[in-house]
Design a protein around this ligand. Structure first.
Ligand SMILES: NC(=O)c1ccc[n+]([C@@H]2O[C@H](COP(=O)([O-])OP(=O)(O)OC[C@H]3O[C@@H](n4cnc5c(N)ncnc54)[C@H](O)[C@@H]3O)[C@@H](O)[C@H]2O)c1
Ligand SMILES: *[C@@H]1O[C@H](CO)[C@@H](O)[C@H](O)[C@H]1NC(C)=O
Ligand SMILES: *[C@@H]1O[C@H](CO)[C@@H](O)[C@H](O)[C@H]1NC(C)=O
Length: 482
C-alpha cells in the first residue's frame, strides 16, 4: 500500500472516529430529560468546532500523518540510518506543487522575465530552464548565464528533498541575474504567460520527479511531473510559442533497464525499464517522438548517467553516504546476486553541463508554426551523457572515506529488485561526434570538489569528524542511479 492512500485513509478515519464518538454522545445526551435547548445548541457547536479542528489539522499537517506512517512502514528501510528519516518529512501533497499562475503577471513581472531572458551577447540564446532550482538545472543556468545567454528558471520547489537547498540555489542564481519562478510545469496558463512575455529560442527541460526507489512510494508524482508535466511543456512550446523553441530535455540512463550489453549505446533496446521512474523517462522519449513528428518541434533527449558534484542531490548515494560517514551511521551497499559490487558510471556535473550546452548549441530549429503547420522535418535526437568508466560503489565509498578522514560503517546486502540496476556504462560516441562531448573529470577529482562544497555548505567541522554529528541535517532519500 502506498503511503499517500494511507495518509488519506488515516485522515478519513480520524474524522470518522470523531464523528462517530460525537454521534454516540449526542444520543446519550438526547435521552436526558432535562436537556435545555441552549445547552443542546452549545453541545452541537462544540462538536462542529471539534470536527473543524480535526479537518484543519489534517489539511495543515499532512506530513505529520505521513511521518508516523512511514516510520512504521519499513518500506523505506532500504536505506538504513539517515536517509529514511528524511524522506518522511516530505509530504506528497507538496510534491505536486501548487498552482501559481495567480501570483504571476502584470507589467513589472513581464519586465523582470524579459530582463532575465535577454541574452547579453550577439547570437546568444534565450533559454527557459525548468527545474532550475534543482541540481543540474542550477549548474546549467549558471553556465548559460556566464557565457552571456539569457535564462529564465522555473521550479516548484517541492520537498522531495530539502527545499532549503533549492532556495539556496535560487539565491545563487539571483545573485547572477537569473530569476527562478516558483511555478509548476503543469500550470499551462502560467507557461503561456511566460512564452508571451519572452521569446525563448530554447527550452532546457530538467524538471522531473527523480529517484528510482521513491517511485514505489509515490508513483503518481512521477506520472504528474515526468509524463503530464512533459506534455504540458511540449504543448505550450508547440502550439503557443511563436516561433517555436528547440527543446532539450533530461531522459535517463535508467531507460536501458535490464540490459547487460556494455557500454550502453543509444541503439540498444530500452523497452525493459526496471522502475516506474525509468518507465516515465521511456514514455517521455516516445512522447518526444510524437511532438517532433506532428508539430515539427526540434527535440533532444539526454540520457544522464549518475550525475554528482557540488550543490548535488541529497537523495543520491554519494551525498547521503557522506552524511552517514561523517556521523558514524551505517551505510548499506548492494551486491548483485552473483556477488559482484554494484557499479556506476559516475559523471561529474561540469561534464554534464558541457554536454547540455553542446546539445542546446547544436539543436537545430523547430519547423512548426503556431497554427499547427509543419514546414518540414525537425531534428529528433537522443544522446548518452556519461563518464564512460564505471566504478564500483565500494570504490566511491573508499574515496569518500579518504576525503572525510573517517571509515564508513558498511553493511553489504544483496540488491533487492526494487528499481536499481547492477551497473551502468555509457557509450558517448554520438555526443562526442555531434557536439564534442568529452568527459574529463575522474571520480577522485569530482568527489574532492563535492566534499569541499559539502563541508562548507553544511558548516561541518572536520576536526569533529571523529566523534561528531553534522551540525545541520538535511533531507535524504535513497537512490544510486536516476
Ligand atoms: N542527477 C542524476 O544523476 C540524473 C540522472 C539521470 C537523469 N536525471 C534527470 O535530470 C533532470 C535533473 O535532475 P537533478 O538531478 O537536477 O534533479 P533535481 O531533483 O535536483 O532537479 C529537478 C527539479 O525539478 C523540480 N520539479 C520537479 N517537479 C516539478 C514540477 N512538476 N514543476 C516544476 N518543477 C518541478 C524540482 O523541485 C527540482 O528542483 C531530471 O529530469 C532527472 O530525472 C538526473
Ligand atoms: C540499522 O542500523 C542499526 C545500527 O545503527 C542496526 O541495528 C539495524 O539492524 C539496522 N536496520 C536495518 C533495517 O538495516
Ligand atoms: C559505441 O557506439 C558506436 C556507435 O553506435 C559504435 O560504433 C562503437 O562500436 C561503440 N563502442 C563500443 C566500445 O561498444
Amino acid at each position: 500500500m502506498m503511503p499517500h492512500s494511507n495518509v488519506v485513509d488515516a485522515a478519513a478515519k480520524g474524522v470518522k472516529l470523531g464523528g462517530g464518538g460525537g454521534a454516540l454522545m449526542v444520543r446519550r445526551v438526547a435521552s436526558g430529560k432535562l436537556l435545555s435547548a441552549s445547552s443542546h445548541l452549545l453541545f452541537r457547536a462544540t462538536i462542529l468546532a471539534t470536527l473543524g479542528l480535526v479537518c484543519l489539522f489534517t489539511v495543515h499537517y499532512p506530513s505529520l500523518l505521513s511521518h508516523s506512517f512511514r516510520l512504521s512502514s519499513g518500506a523505506a528501510a532500504v536505506a538504513n540510518g539517515s536517509s529514511q528519516r528524511v524522506a518522511s518529512r516530505s509530504s506528497h501533497r507538496s510534491l505536486l506543487g501548487s498552482s501559481s499562475s495567480a501570483k504571476y503577471g502584470g507589467a513589472s513581472w513581464e519586465r523582470e522575465v524579459r530582463r532575465s531572458a535577454a541574452p547579453r551577447r550577439d547570437g546568444g540564446l534565450s533559454v527557459l530552464v525548468t527545474g532550475a532550482a534543482g541540481f543540474v538545472g542550477a549548474h546549467c543556468s549558471l553556465a548559460l548565464r556566464a557565457r552571456g545567454d539569457g535564462v529564465v528558471g522555473l521550479d516548484n520547489f517541492n520537498s522531495y528533498y530539502d527545499p532549503s537547498l533549492k532556495r539556496a540555489r535560487q539565491r545563487l542564481l539571483a545573485s547572477r541575474g537569473v530569476v527562478v519562478l516558483d511555478a509548476d510545469i503543469n500550470d499551462a496558463a502560467l507557461l503561456e504567460r511566460l512564452f508571451d512575455a519572452a521569446r525563448f529560442t530554447h527550452v532546457l527541460h530538467l524538471a522531473a520527479q527523480a529517484g528510482v526507489r521513491y517511485a514505489m512510494r509515490a508513483p503518481q508524482t512521477y506520472v504528474a511531473s515526468n509524463v503530464a508535466g512533459l506534455v504540458s511543456v511540449l504543448e505550450v512550446a508547440a502550439k503557443h510559442a511563436d516561433p517555436q523553441p528547440a527543446i532539450v530535455w533530461a531522459s535517463s540512463s535508467s531507460v536501458y533497464g535490464l540490459n547487460t550489453d556494455a557500454p550502453f549505446s543509444e541503439e540498444h533496446r530500452t523497452d525493459r525499464p526496471a522502475s516506474l521512474y525509468a518507465a516515465t523517462k521511456k514514455a517521455g522519449e516516445a512522447i518526444a517522438h510524437s511532438y517532433n513528428h506532428i508539430y515539427g518541434l526540434s527535440i533532444t533527449g539526454l540520457r544522464f548517467f549518475t550525475v554528482y558534484g557540488p550543490w548535488g542531490r541529497p537523495d543520491m548515494a554519494y551525498f547521503f553516504f557522506s552524511f552517514s560517514i561523517f556521523s558514524g551511521e551505517p551505510i548499506t551497499l548492494f551486491r548483485t546476486a552473483d556477488g559482484a559490487d554494484a557499479r556506476r558510471d559516475f559523471t561529474y556535473i561540469d561534464d554534464v553541463v558541457k554536454g547540455c550546452l553542446g546539445a542546446l548549441d547544436t539543436a537545430g530549429k523547430s519547423t512548426g508554426t503556431k497554427s499547427g503547420k509543419k514546414r518540414g522535418p525537425a531534428p529528433l535526437r537522443v544522446y548518452n551523457l556519461g563518464n564512460t568508466s564505471p566504478v564500483p560503489v565500494t570504490r566511491m565509498v573508499a574515496i569518500l572515506e579518504k576525503l572525510l578522514g573517517k571509515k564508513a560503517n558498511k553493511r553489504v546486502v544483496t540488491m533487492p529488485s526494487n528499481g536499481d540496476v547492477p551497473f551502468t556504462h555509457a557509450n558517448v560516441s554520438h555526443a562526442t561526434h555531434d557536439f564534442g562531448y568529452r568527459p574529463t573529470t575522474s571520480l577522485d577529482a569530482g568527489l574532492r570538489h563535492f566534499v569541499d562544497w559539502f563541508v562548507h555548505y553544511y558548516k561541518l567541522d572536520p576536526a569533529k569528524i571523529a566523534m561528531g554529528k553534522p551540525t545541520k541535517r538535511k533531507s535524504m532519500d535513497m537512490s544510486a542511479t536516476s
